[in-house]
Write a protein that binds this ligand. Structure first.
Ligand SMILES: *Cc1c(COP(=O)(O)O)cnc(C)c1O
Length: 374
């Protein structure tokens, strides 16, 4: 029997609070420890009201307060203009692949889609059930197609794109110029990772489980003129007008509550400018480790499109080592580093709540692994 590899000393994990690991999962993903502790402290009896958030009426005064604070805090974080509605809906970001055309595209309309990776491709495919989809630009999964090449359809109901491709690690730098067209963005995997000029968008949606909370809630931020035009056949739970206030039926109460704690945590950090500065510093540690490896590691993504949240990387000359890398990293307390099955290699997801020590430890291990004799 082969000997187990000796556990090398470089980059060994310092124990984390509660025996937690550094979790590089793409989603559901890491949450702030302080938020989890707060949720734990409140679990059985929320602020002395005698019941858990999981057990209280969604129309009672306690949950109304939780809900209103979550919305108000998100509005403050993103400086959401007053003429935008905020909805906390269910069925994930994927639900919006259908809800957006059903609410924003009249029957027979054309909708424009930019495809830069797996999620924007999926969104375009689903929209095709409800509208004529025009793929106005298609990337190579490594970069963003040049704006001059986008062939926008005059009169299209909207232009849809994905601000951060979670699987490929391709991220836009700010809102693309869609001219007079209504811009719709899937921001699931970089939501609240940096300030966003909401006024440039008609609609933004984001599943919670990447950056702001547990799975089970998708946030929709929609300009008010886009609410109230759903097609008659739209399911009630996807109709923005019906769901406005998000209390038509039982909302994902617990998930909204935890998102609210995360929003307060981000405000206490200093808001999204501070969050962005921390994220830039963390992503730089990983990209610098790739760059410093003299070609041992490679990023498949063009430098100007590299994501601050999801960092895929490979070992191009010796791909057979990639599974060892993932396994040894896990032995040192750094888990979920395997790349998506469609891309291969490794992927480090370094969302808001990944601590700096996590990426530093990863970089130390990357260097140690790369410098071993071949
Ligand atoms: C995860 C993800 C989705 C899908 O989210 P679900 O909540 O699983 O429906 C959609 N778009 C992007 C960019 C994502 O990262």
């Amino acid at each position: 029997m082969a000997e187990a590899p000796a556990r090398p000393s470089g980059g060994a994990a310092a124990p984390q609070p509660h025996g937690r690991l550094f979790n590089f999962s793409a989603g559901p993903a890491v949450l702030p420890v302080s938020v989890l502790e707060e949720a734990q402290a409140d679990l059985l009896n929320w602020r002395g009201c005698g019941v858990s958030v999981m057990e209280m009426s969604h129309r009672g005064k306690e949950f109304t307060q939780i809900f209103n604070e979550a919305e108000a805090d998100l509005r403050e974080l993103l400086a959401i203009p007053e003429n935008y509605r905020v909805l906390f809906l269910q069925a994930g970001a994927t639900s919006q692949f259908s809800a957006v055309p059903l609410n924003l595209a009249p029957a027979g309309a054309t909708v424009d889609h930019i495809v830069t990776g797996s999620w924007s491709k999926k969104a375009a495919e689903e929209a095709g059930k409800y509208a004529a989809v025009n793929i106005v630009a298609k990337g190579d999964n490594k970069s963003i197609p040049a704006r001059e090449q986008w062939n926008l359809t005059p009169g299209a109901a909207y232009v849809h794109y994905c601000d951060n491709e979670t699987i490929q690690g391709v991220e836009f730098r700010g809102a693309p110029d869609a001219g007079a067209a209504t811009l719709v963005a899937d921001m699931s995997s970089n939501f609240c990772s940096k300030p966003v000029d909401v006024a440039k968008y008609g609609l933004i949606y984001a599943g919670a489980q990447k950056n702001i909370g547990p799975a089970g809630v998708v946030v929709v931020i929609a300009r008010e003129d886009l609410v109230g035009n759903a097609r008659p056949e739209t399911p009630a739970v996807l109709d923005y007008k019906v769901m406005e206030g998000s209390l038509y039926n039982t909302p994902p109460c617990w998930s909204i509550y935890v998102c609210g704690l995360v929003f307060k945590h981000m405000l206490a950090m200093g808001g999204l400018e501070a969050v962005q500065a921390a994220n830039e510093a963390k992503a730089a540690v990983v990209y610098d480790a790739i760059a410093a490896s003299s070609g041992f590691y490679a990023s498949p993504v063009a430098p100007e499109a590299r994501s601050m949240m999801n960092i895929p990387f490979t070992i191009p000359a010796r791909p057979e080592l990639e599974k060892d890398f993932v396994a040894e990293a896990a032995m040192r307390g750094m888990v979920q580093l395997k790349g998506h099955r469609s891309v291969g290699g490794m992927r480090a997801s370094v969302y808001n709540s990944m601590p700096m020590e996590g990426v530093q430890q990863l970089a130390t291990f990357m260097q140690e692994f790369a410098s071993r004799p071949a």
